[in-house]
Design a binder for this molecule. Structure first.
Ligand code: SF4
Length: 313
């Protein structure tokens, strides 16, 4: 029987998601509707659905957007040619790319300008990876995992750099970088690491949470990279961990075992706090005596102010 719930802190929205969602919210007030978002503003099904109902429609390609409309690029960033394509189509573009993703694009441009080949550690097909690699597809090689780090044969090794996606596993990425540094001793990395503060803090927080929980629930969508990593982190402590979009995906069977008394809850960087509250109230209704506490590992202060959108387009 569930007796205690511990909430990880920090959890949920990061500064980049607040920024991107804030831009859409402001655009809904300032521009004629509908407005359009290329793909998903952030990888969270409920946010995308809510914004769509209010007039911010997600589209799969620029071709789908009617001429003269406002088009928002998502927090994950886009390939550079998308800006030209949108302009050619007469669209007003608002770029909601997280500044920390933009930082990786700028590093890629700088390294390639200086003659480097880049080994980019990331997930094939993820929007962020697609955007960064498109900055210089002939000079950037994607490294998906340790096997690829062990087998990659760059065209030259004199000027080699690595960059990473912002939402990767800290542990696995460190192992991949270690392999690359052993194989290519002169390889250099970014001045400040690419895995962002929010990914780092949430992974550290869920690790502490998993140590004192019998089971961990991660609020987040299947296609959210950072949420997936949180579930993996928790599972490393030999407990069950489930990724759920919301309270309706909770399966009561998970809590039937006698030893499941303390539930740890966290949320990926794109999962809104109201989903956590709904899950907590679900447990409070089912187990009226359940105790709720919070486990804070670090305080976050990062904040990206929303720009003046009318000036921006
Ligand atoms: S997870 Fe990190 S990189 Fe991604 S949007 Fe949030 S702050 Fe930006």
């Amino acid at each position: 029987m569930v007796e205690k719930i511990i909430l990880a802190k920090p959890r949920g929205f990061c500064a980049g998601v607040e920024y991107a969602v804030g831009i859409v919210e402001k655009s809904l007030l300032e521009f004629d509707l509908p407005i359009y978002i290329l793909k998903e503003i952030v990888h969270n099904r409920k946010i995308v659905q809510d914004l769509s109902e209010r007039g911010a429609k997600s589209v799969k390609s620029i071709e789908e957007v009617p001429k003269g409309s406002v088009l928002i690029f998502s927090a994950h960033g886009v390939p550079p040619e998308f800006y030209t394509l949108a302009k050619e189509k007469g669209l007003s573009v608002i770029d909601a790319t997280c500044p920390l993703v933009r930082k990786v694009h700028l590093e890629a441009i700088r390294f390639v300008k200086n003659g480097y080949t880049i080994l980019y550690i990331g997930h094939k097909g993820h929007d962020e990876a697609v955007g960064v690699i498109a900055e210089a597809p002939n000079s950037i090689i994607l490294i998906n995992d340790k096997t690829e780090a062990l087998s990659v044969q760059p065209p030259q090794t004199d000027k080699l750099a690595y960059l990473t996606q912002t939402t990767l596993s800290l542990k696995e990425t460190a192992e991949i970088i270690n392999i690359l540094e052993n194989r290519f001793p002169s390889i250099i990395g970014p001045e400040k690491e690419d895995i962002c503060y929010a990914t780092t803090n949430r992974q550290m927080a869920v690790s502490e949470l998993a140590k004192v929980s019998d089971l961990v629930l991660v609020l987040g969508s299947e296609n959210s990279s950072n949420s997936q990593r949180l579930r993996e982190c928790a599972k490393e402590f030999n407990i069950d961990a489930y990724l759920i979009d919301g309270k309706e995906q909770i399966d009561n069977k998970w809590f039937e075992k006698e030893n499941i008394k303390t539930i740890g809850i966290t949320a990926g960087a794109s999962a809104p706090e109201r989903l956590v509250k709904e899950v907590v109230s679900h447990f409070q209704q089912k187990y009226p005596k359940v105790e709720i506490t919070e486990l804070e590992t670090i305080k976050e202060k990062t904040f990206f102010p929303i720009p003046n959108l009318k000036q921006k387009i």
